[in-house]
Structure formats: structure tokens, C-alpha cells
Design a protein around this ligand. Structure first.
Ligand code: FAD
Ligand code: MLT
Ligand code: ZN
Length: 455
């Protein structure tokens, strides 16, 4: 591959060809997906992204857009030797507009940087996840990331007002006007959210900000049965207007976290399930909670811990947030991010181990996730990275219950062969037609969302 033209576009410091310097870009966060690349391309501007993609289009060379490389489904890994187009150097936060509550940023800025820039001017960005210091805004848009506050603010799609992107021909599309009302044809930001780098490279975005809560409170609850925990999830959703997050985890995950990070568990007793609930709103939270139907439960339970300042809240959140790292430290997990229809979470959590055991009874499974959204992360340790039998059994079980095989991480490469479980052949055809219009040469992230085809 002749890379000289790319060197001319990017300069010597904008292209990394030495494989010993590339490994951070060619292996995914979970270590399940490994690839190789002739070069990592590091543009600084939309103009450079456009020139790179145009060159790839004209030369029929595939590329993989990459932000923070924290994705969980292998969508940012150059498994077939694609070029890596990293947005790592496009990190400028261009504007925080106090009048409209909007922020304009380049796509490579981290979620954490955007949160901080918003907060410095008295605003809040409504998406949060524990990879905030590495995950990029472009990556969160491309995956339509969820996280812990979907219950309150919606997923990433609901935050993106406008965006700028480069299509598979190298054309710059979109705008950054952020008009609150604009029904001029198809909604480009909505379409590109969740497109996983297969339609266009997101280069800049204008995002909606919200007013931060005056008070925040975290409550950790322990339960002797899953059923009891899920009943409280229902009650929380019904009776607490201020709920921001409602997360679930189980005893084996908590033990792994506590062992790995040498943290003292919240209670000595081993409980079946734990909920971590975040409440945020106008001053007077504790009074509103004590007037709610939940207060009887809080007062009666032995397993309630409150965090009402940032340090004590952080302490409670680490039990939940450290699950991902603790599991990956124990092995290379198969990560299945699924959601269940209302009322089916109990059945799923109770039966999924049996579904797994029917294929392989030597695995270790850890469940945790966003209970308030019906979104559970099933993490399975044991099977080889390429062995998909257990994955397929779990995903088929989810589909049979009417759930989604990808709640928030995307389809990526991990589930490209299983999209049919949730989408009809007609829908998949329409998706592929849409891709071929944005990306006529099929150079953008081949093998992601749809199984690999020759380009
Ligand atoms: P990458 O991993 O670099 O890429 C992900 C996908 O987006 C790829 O398909 C890639 O090609 C594409 N892409 C990246 N940038 C662009 C761009 N500029 N234009 C077009 N396509 C692009 N996810 C959740 O939804 N909720 C969570 O709660 C959550 N928690 C996490 C916790 C941890 C500890 C970790 C490691 C990950 C977590 N994730 C979570 C997954 C991950 O952080 C998100 O998927 C995130 O959105 C990925 O951002 P990224 O910049 O790392 O993207
Ligand atoms: C989370 O909710 O912590 C993430 O989606 C990451 C994971 O599934 O491990
Ligand atoms: Zn999650």
C-alpha cells in the first residue's frame, strides 16, 4: 500500500506505521479482538479526514474509524488489516453556549472533557459511563452509547442536536446549527447515531446540555432475592421523579470487585442482588424520599447505605463501576449486552445460567447492568474468544423473550452474524442499501454490523 499521499495530507507526525507503536489501536479493550494495520492515521481537522477518506475511496482501501477504543464489540478493531483512522488528535471543545445550553466539540474529545467543560459553565452533559476519561464523543455517537443516566436523560441520540461528518466518498455532510426545530427531510444526526463508523466518520457535534441537579444522593440497597430487588426497581420508577440511575449487580460480581481492588464489601452478609440508585433534583431530596412510598422500605431494610457527598457517593459507585475492569482482569470475557422487555428481566436473570450451562457447564458468568432500562450485561468467562456457541444460545434466548441483542454497545463484529435475530431480511436489506449510498465503495468499517464482504 502506497502511504505517501497520506503522509502528504497528515505530515510525518500524523501517521504511525511502526507496529510496535500500534498495539493500542489494533487490540480492543476486552482483548477478544485483535488485528493489524499498515498505519494509524491521526488527522487534526475535518478537512484532513475528508482528504484521507477521499483517497481511500479512490484507491478502494478500507478503514476503521476509532475514538478511545473502549468499545465492547470489536467495532474499532482492524481485524483484516484496515487502516485505522483515529480521532485522538481532534479534541478541541469549540464552544459552550450558555444562552442555548449547547456545546460544540470535535469528535475526538473525551466524554469526561465534555462533561467538565459543561460543568465549568454551570451545565451538565446527560451521558455518563465509567470509561468517560477514554471514550470519545465520536465513539459515543457512533455507538449511541447509553450508560447510567439513560433513565433520566435518554441515550446519546437524544443529546445530539447536529453533527458534521465525512461520508464514504470523502464528502463533508451535516451542519452544526443546533436548531431546536428543523424538519428538513431525514434526520442525519439520528441516522448516524448508532451507525458504528459504517456510514460516515463523525468529525464534530453540537450537543444538548441540561441543568445539573441542585442535590444528588446515592443509595445502595441489598436484597435477599432478585424478585424483591426488581419489585423495588418498579416502585422507584413509579414514585421517584428524581431518579437518575438504577443499576443492578449480584453477589459474585461484587466479590470479584472487592477481591480485585481490595475493597471492603458493603455488608458482611452475602446477598442475592444489589441496586445502586442515584437521585438528583432540586433541594429537599431527602424530604421528598421520606414522603414517598419507598420510605417504609428504606426504614425497614437492614441493607441500605446512603452517599450524600461526592466522596461517599464515589465509594458506593465503585462497587458497580469496577465490574468491567474486575471481570477483564479475570479473563477475556464474552460480553453480551442485552435488554429485555418490561416484566421479563426476572425470568431472564433466573434462567440464563441454565441456558449457558446447557452448552458449557464450566463457564463463569457475571451479570450486572442498568436495571432501570431493562439492560443486563452478561459476561461469560471460559469459552475461547472465537467460540460463539454460548453467545448464540444466550442471544437466541433474549430474542425469544422479545429482547434486544444489543442494548447499548452496538453490533460491531461480535454480533454481525446475529443481527437477523432482531431484524428481518427486509430490514437488513434496507440497512445495507443505506450503507451503500453513504459508502458506495464499502470502505468504512467493513465487517461491522454486517458480516464481512469483499470490497
Ligand atoms: P471506539 O471504541 O473507538 O469505537 C466504537 C465504535 O464507534 C466503532 O465501531 C468505531 O468504528 C466507531 N467510531 C468511533 N469514533 C468514531 C467517529 N468519530 N466516527 C464514526 N465512527 C466512530 N458503553 C455504554 O453504552 N454504556 C456504558 O455504561 C459503558 N460503560 C463502559 C465502561 C467501561 C469501563 C468500558 C471500557 C466501556 C464502556 N462502554 C459503555 C463501552 C464504550 O465506552 C462505548 O461504546 C463508547 O461509546 C465507545 O467510545 P470510543 O470512543 O471508545 O469508541
Ligand atoms: C457498563 O455498564 O459498565 C458497561 O456497559 C460496560 C460493560 O458492559 O462492561
Ligand atoms: Zn452498560
Amino acid at each position: 500500500m502506497k502511504l505517501e499521499s497520506l503522509r502528504t495530507i497528515l505530515g510525518n507526525d500524523g501517521i504511525v506505521t511502526d507496529p510496535s507503536l500500534n498495539s493500542a489501536y489494533t487490540v480492543d479493550w476486552t482483548r477478544r479482538y485483535k488485528g493489524y494495520t499498515p498505519a494509524v492515521l491521526l488527522p487534526r481537522t475535518t478537512g484532513q479526514v475528508s482528504q484521507i477518506v477521499k483517497w481511500c475511496y479512490e484507491n478502494a482501501i478500507a478503514l476503521v474509524p476509532q475514538g478511545g477504543n473502549t468499545g465492547m464489540v470489536g467495532g474499532a478493531t482492524p481485524v483484516n488489516g484496515e487502516l485505522v483512522l483515529s480521532l485522538k488528535r481532534m479534541t478541541a471543545i469549540e464552544e459552550v453556549d450558555d444562552a442555548t445550553g449547547q456545546i460544540v466539540t470535535q469528535a475526538g474529545a473525551t466524554l469526561g472533557d465534555v462533561q467538565q467543560a459543561a460543568s465549568q459553565l454551570g451545565w451538565k452533559y446527560g451521558v455518563d459511563l465509567s470509561a468517560r476519561d477514554s471514550a470519545s464523543i465520536g465513539g459515543t455517537i457512533a455507538t449511541n452509547a447509553g450508560g447510567s443516566q439513560v433513565l433520566r436523560y435518554g441515550n446519546t441520540r437524544e443529546q445530539v442536536l447536529s453533527l458534521e461528518a465525512v461520508s464514504g466518498t470523502g464528502d463533508v455532510i451535516g451542519d452544526l446549527r443546533g436548531l431546536p426545530k428543523d424538519n428538513t427531510g431525514y434526520h442525519l444526526p439520528g441516522l448516524l447515531c448508532g451507525s458504528e463508523g459504517t456510514l460516515a466518520v463523525v468529525t464534530r457535534a453540537r450537543l444538548r446540555l441540561v441543568k445539573p441537579p441542585e442535590e444528588e444522593l446515592s443509595i445502595l440497597l441489598g436484597f435477599r432475592s432478585l424478585n424483591e430487588a426488581l419489585e423495588i426497581v418498579e416502585e422507584i420508577r413509579k414514585s421517584l421523579d428524581d431518579v437518575q440511575a438504577c443499576e443492578i449487580f449480584f453477589h459474585n460480581g461484587l466479590s470479584l470487585v472487592c477481591e480485585r481492588f481490595e475493597i471492603i464489601p458493603p455488608w458482611n452478609e452475602q446477598l442475592a442482588a444489589y441496586l445502586l440508585v442515584d437521585i438528583g433534583g432540586q433541594a429537599g431530596l431527602e424530604e421528598r424520599i421520606s414522603n414517598s412510598p419507598l420510605s417504609a422500605f428504606f426504614n425497614a431494610s437492614h441493607f441500605v447505605a446512603y452517599g450524600n457527598d461526592s466522596q461517599s457517593r464515589k465509594k458506593l459507585w465503585q462497587y458497580r463501576d469496577l465490574h468491567t475492569e474486575a471481570i477483564s482482569a479475570a479473563g477475556v470475557p464474552h460480553k453480551l449486552d442485552v435488554s429485555l422487555p418490561h416484566g421479563k428481566l426476572n425470568e431472564f436473570c433466573n434462567n440464563v445460567q441454565e441456558v449457558i450451562n446447557a452448552i458449557d457447564d464450566q463457564t463463569q458468568s457475571f451479570l450486572f447492568g442498568h436495571a432501570g432500562d431493562g439492560n443486563i450485561h452478561v459476561n461469560i468467562l471460559g469459552p475461547d474468544p472465537e467460540d460463539l456457541e454460548v453467545d448464540i444460545a444466550v442471544l437466541k434466548y433474549v430474542a425469544s423473550l422479545g429482547g434486544s441483542i444489543s442494548a447499548e454497545h452496538g453490533i460491531g463484529r461480535a454480533k454481525a452474524h446475529h443481527l437477523y435475530l432482531n431484524r428481518t431480511p427486509t430490514e437488513i436489506n434496507i440497512f445495507q442499501e443505506i450503507k451503500s449510498i453513504f459508502d458506495p465503495a464499502g470502505i468504512l468499517n467493513p465487517g461491522t454490523i454486517f458480516p464481512q464482504q469483499e470490497i
